[in-house]
Design a protein. Structure first.
Length: 403
């Protein structure tokens, strides 16, 4: 490489270096007064920190006091801070078998990257903001329908956390789950998807048997379960009942179009369907293929897609609430279930203030921070620190340094 090329490469790297230094300085200001949300028995946890610029993760850390942790954060201002879901007798031991595992919180990680709707984002059919909304809705459903509903856990056993990045973490600390083995935890993650549910049992077989010679056959008539049935049966019934009730409220032409959207229903069958009765009566008039399609739509709509490897990992490190996410500049923070119902991370998880900062977009396409701020390609603009930090931390912008 010639001297000229070396100088050019050095100049090209300066915006990234200045940006990283600016971000770390903002993080250091935050940690000078921050009070992170420490998990129970934090002295029995392994801790990890990831610095800036691709540095190696520091693992096998342990802290004897809250002040010791806060001093470390204020001094290093790391990009990411994690603690183990597990409790150990010797959390700072360098090898896992020396730590002496005692128990572990049950963790569900809902990340936008792992949702089926991620494909719609890649195809340009939905925005990233819309994908984040779907993730939030799944977090609410996980807490309400599955953990509080199906499993009968108490709200005080749950900690709901915006991850600071692309989703939400749900920590479960009920005594009954702390010693669950990895396999049982993975089964819980699978249960949330409904994929392992016996599809033949999700609808009620109300068929009659008929005798043909020496053999008996079922007529295979399917009915909806009761809407208050437990587990997936009740979930299917409530979804199908709501779907059919909504269809009944539509004008006649739209009723037909809605029914025809189900496989197995053409114009003739749609016109013959009884649409004026109860949801159960309407369901009874549908052909079997349409009934099972409605069941499958309910399975898809009611599923929760937690990251199974995270749930099953007894030694996982998870982001510490009350710390900043180095990939967004947003705050990982706990939320109540009521707050989660309409939580907007781009407004409610900012922690770096409103002082103006000038940034330059390096993205090749328009980008947005929800509906709070946006940048066009090559745009140079002044933004509040929290918004500028978001675009810079995500790699979409660099700090604009005045000459």
């Amino acid at each position: 490489m010639s001297l000229k090329e070396d100088i050019a490469k050095h100049k090209a790297s300066l915006p990234l270096r200045y940006t990283q230094e600016w971000l770390q300085a903002r993080f250091r200001q935050f940690y000078a007064t921050a009070e992170p949300e420490l998990p129970p028995r934090f002295t029995a946890r392994e801790w990890g920190m990831l610095g800036w610029g691709g540095k190696m993760m520091q693992r096998h850390l342990a802290f004897r006091s809250e002040g010791e942790l806060q001093a470390r954060l204020a001094h290093e201002a790391p990009a990411h801070v994690y603690h183990s879901v597990a409790y150990y007798a010797h959390p700072s031991a360098g090898k896992m078998n020396e730590k002496q595992w005692q128990a572990a919180d049950l963790i569900f990680d809902l990340d936008a990257d792992h949702l089926p709707e991620m494909e719609l984002l890649k195809q340009g059919k939905i925005s990233f903001g819309a994908l984040m909304e779907i993730t939030r809705e799944q977090a609410v459903r996980l807490a309400e329908d599955f953990l509080l509903g199906d499993l009968g856990l108490a709200l005080e056993d749950l900690q709901l956390v915006f991850s600071g990045g692309r989703g939400y973490h749900v920590h479960v600390r009920a005594p009954a789950v702390l010693e669950l083995p990895s396999g049982a935890r993975r089964e819980l993650a699978d249960y949330l998807t409904g994929l392992d549910a016996d599809e033949e049992l999700l609808l009620v077989d109300a068929g009659h048997t008929r005798q043909y010679g020496d053999k008996r056959y079922s007529t295979g008539e399917l009915r909806l379960p009761a809407t208050d049935a437990p587990g997936w049966q009740g979930r299917i019934a409530r979804y199908a009942s709501a779907w059919l009730t909504e269809a009944q409220a539509l004008p006649p032409d739209e009723q037909l179009a809605r029914l025809k959207s189900l496989p197995g229903i053409g114009s003739k069958v749609a016109k013959q369907a009884q649409i004026d009765g109860t949801p159960q009566e309407v369901f009874d008039t549908l052909p079997r293929r349409a009934q099972t399609a409605l069941r499958d739509a309910a399975l898809s709509a009611c599923a929760v897609h937690a990251d199974e490897p995270v749930t099953g990992d007894l030694h996982r490190l998870i982001r510490l609430p009350g710390t900043l996410h180095g990939g967004t500049g947003l705050l990982a923070r706990s939320v109540t279930l009521d707050e989660l119902r309409d939580f907007d991370p781009y407004r409610q998880a900012t922690a770096l203030g409103d002082a103006p900062v000038k940034v330059r977009s390096v993205a090749k396409h328009p980008i947005a921070m929800g509906d709070v701020a946006s940048l066009e390609p090559d745009e140079v603009t002044e933004l509040p620190t929290a918004q500028g930090a978001y675009f810079m931390a995500r790699g979409f912008a660099t700090l604009e340094v005045e000459a």
